[in-house]
Design a protein around this ligand. Sequence first.
Ligand SMILES: CC(C)(COP(=O)(O)OP(=O)(O)OC[C@H]1O[C@@H](n2cnc3c(N)ncnc32)[C@H](O)[C@@H]1O)[C@@H](O)C(=O)NCCC(=O)NCCS
Ligand SMILES: Nc1ncnc2c1ncn2[C@@H]1O[C@H](COP(=O)(O)OP(=O)(O)OP(=O)(O)O)[C@@H](O)[C@H]1O
Length: 206
Amino acid sequence: MTFVLGLTGSIGMGKSTTANFFRARGVPVHDSDAAVHELYRGRAAPLVEAAFPGVVVDGVVDRERLAARVLGDAEALRRLEAIVHPLVAEEERAFLERARRDGAQLVIIDSPLLLETAQDGRCDAVLVVSAPPEVQRARVLSRPGMTEERFERIHVKQMPDAEKRRRAHFVVDSSRGLDAAERQVRDILRALSGRPGHRRQAEAPA
Ligand SMILES: CC(C)(COP(=O)(O)OP(=O)(O)OC[C@H]1O[C@@H](n2cnc3c(N)ncnc32)[C@H](O)[C@@H]1O)[C@@H](O)C(=O)NCCC(=O)NCCS
Ligand SMILES: Nc1ncnc2c1ncn2[C@@H]1O[C@H](COP(=O)(O)OP(=O)(O)OP(=O)(O)O)[C@@H](O)[C@H]1O
């Protein structure tokens, strides 16, 4: 049986970094943000262009142009999500089928909207990556092209971090450095070892 661990966290909390610690230990990871980026270079491009004319350049969705059209416009973002989320869900299903066929003991679904879109119903346990708000803000604002306004527009679309942590079986605090986060990942793997396939049996580490 394959144990499916959902990994989530709000913007800039350290999902990708934490997912990489699992990857480095041989755990297969499905990364929803990366899947979206790949889809924008391929089969999603004509669909997104039809809904938001002018956002595709040389056959590829220009994420800056698209962000300008959907962030801050709730109806537009909903339309975009209605195009993109079913395609991501398809890729995720194919990933899980492959993992089960290959006999993987543990896999990670890394998705920023795991709880917002009730994907956690398809997971055996949920890991939330978290950091204090000032750390999150500083990390996100240090990204090229990011502004306070853009950060706020994304932030308000996400479930509050405290609520995410409340729903988690495991929490990784990414504000204590890379070594500390790697140790937390090791502890989670230890807690899960011997339990693959047992739904909802993971416990938060002490
Ligand atoms: C708005 C877009 C164009 C901005 O692109 P950009 O390259 O700047 O960001 P990227 O895709 O890498 O996402 C970064 C982070 O933004 C946040 N975010 C992205 N989409 C959403 C959303 N629909 N709702 C809330 N937060 C979101 C997440 O924390 C994510 O980790 C892009 O995020 C997008 O197309 N979003 C809609 C698709 C979606 O819902 N993706 C989320 C995972 S399926
Ligand atoms: N444990 C950690 N210790 C120190 N810095 C970290 C840690 N985890 C993440 N970071 C830093 O925080 C920033 C955001 O991390 P990361 O890209 O992993 O977040 P994310 O949640 O995947 O972001 P997004 O929501 O945009 O997809 C990066 O600069 C990364 O180096």
